[in-house]
Design a protein around this ligand. Structure first.
Ligand SMILES: [Zn+2]
Length: 324
């Protein structure tokens, strides 16, 4: 019996950043509806995550920065101007509503709980269907729809608290994971591999920050065939050389060809292929241990279908079987 965890909670849908914002609660409801329609949800260990302690954020973030974000979360406790505050903008693209901090704590709680469950063998793999996303959040800066770097906190927990020796972070979002790179650069326990559209937001990653970052910047309109080839040629040797004991995925699905926020050409089959490749590496080096966290993905239908493809491969993955 395969044990794939699926972390979800109503708190993730209470965070929203205003009408028309692409990083919207409907992203998650679209995923849930599709997993129910296809009945894949029945095969997953659906888990409600605990709230993370704010102190845990400081594993990956500057303490003063986190304290400032927590202060912002309290602005909603008082009616400063005689009006209820609906939103507090913390970056041109990112805002708090009264429920944001709770959603952030629940998102990181999901990643931490999943990390512990996978290390302890209670789950083989886990997918955290969380909002807000995290991979643009830097050590001292929230940005790009992201408040706290969910994956980076979980990685630091695995390394510093759970004594995992080496991890890989795999980021296939259409945008460069600048926040994760900022936090984990020069930590030789970590190998991060990423592929992203360039030049494109956040306009970083074309020069790898350090030896433990293997970035593949690719131009708009690159298709799935080319992306698969680049991943095989450049990610695989680095992953095999690093021999990660555990793999974290920043799973953004905005490189889908139907997603208007990016201009890359992936489809569901490509996400399945990438997930299979990751599973093979996990099988060889990591005891199958994978924690995957949702990042981007803004076309509601393409997002739901792509998450389904990703989860289907995780479910089909058996430690002692081969995909060949
Ligand atoms: Zn993205």
């Amino acid at each position: 019996m395969n044990k794939v965890g699926f972390y979800t909670h109503p708190d993730f849908e209470a965070h929203e950043m205003g009408p028309g914002h692409p990083e919207c609660p409907e992203r998650l409801s679209s995923i849930f509806r599709y997993l129910e329609k296809t009945q894949l949800i029945k095969q997953l260990q659906v888990t409600a995550p605990p709230l993370a302690a704010v102190e845990d954020f400081k594993l990956a973030h500057d303490a003063t920065h986190i304290d400032r974000l927590e202060e912002i979360s309290h602005l909603f406790d008082v009616d400063v101007d005689g009006y209820p505050r609906s939103y507090v903008q913390i970056d041109p693209d990112t805002a708090f509503n009264p429920h944001t901090w709770q959603a952030v704590r629940r998102s990181v709680g999901a990643a931490l709980h999943a990390t512990d469950a996978v290390i302890d063998g209670r789950l083989e793999q886990a997918f955290c269907a969380v909002r807000p996303p995290g991979h643009h959040a830097e050590h001292r800066r929230a940005m790009g729809f992201c408040v706290v770097n969910t994956v980076a906190v979980a990685v630091k927990h695995a390394l510093d608290v759970r004594s995992i020796k080496r991890v890989a972070v795999i980021d296939f979002d259409v945008h460069h994971g600048n926040g994760t790179e900022n936090i984990l650069s020069d930590d030789d326990r970590v190998l991060m591999v990423g592929i992203f559209q360039h030049p494109f937001y956040p306009y970083s990653g074309s020069d790898s920050a350090s030896d433990n970052m293997k970035n593949i910047p690719i131009p708009a309109r690159t298709d799935g065939k080319k992306i698969r080839q680049l991943i095989s040629d450049q990610w695989l040797p680095a992953l095999h050389a690093h021999q990660p004991e555990m793999i974290f995925i920043s799973a953004g699905f905005d490189a889908h060809r139907e997603d208007d926020l990016g201009q890359l050409g992936l489809v569901e089959d490509d996400y399945a292929w990438i997930t299979q490749l990751i599973c093979k590496v996990a099988q060889e080096h990591s005891g199958g241990r994978i924690v995957s966290c949702l990042e981007g993905g803004y076309n509601l239908s393409a997002l739901a279908r792509s998450v389904h493809a990703h989860l289907k491969v995780l479910l089909d993955f058996q430690m002692n079987s081969s995909f060949d």
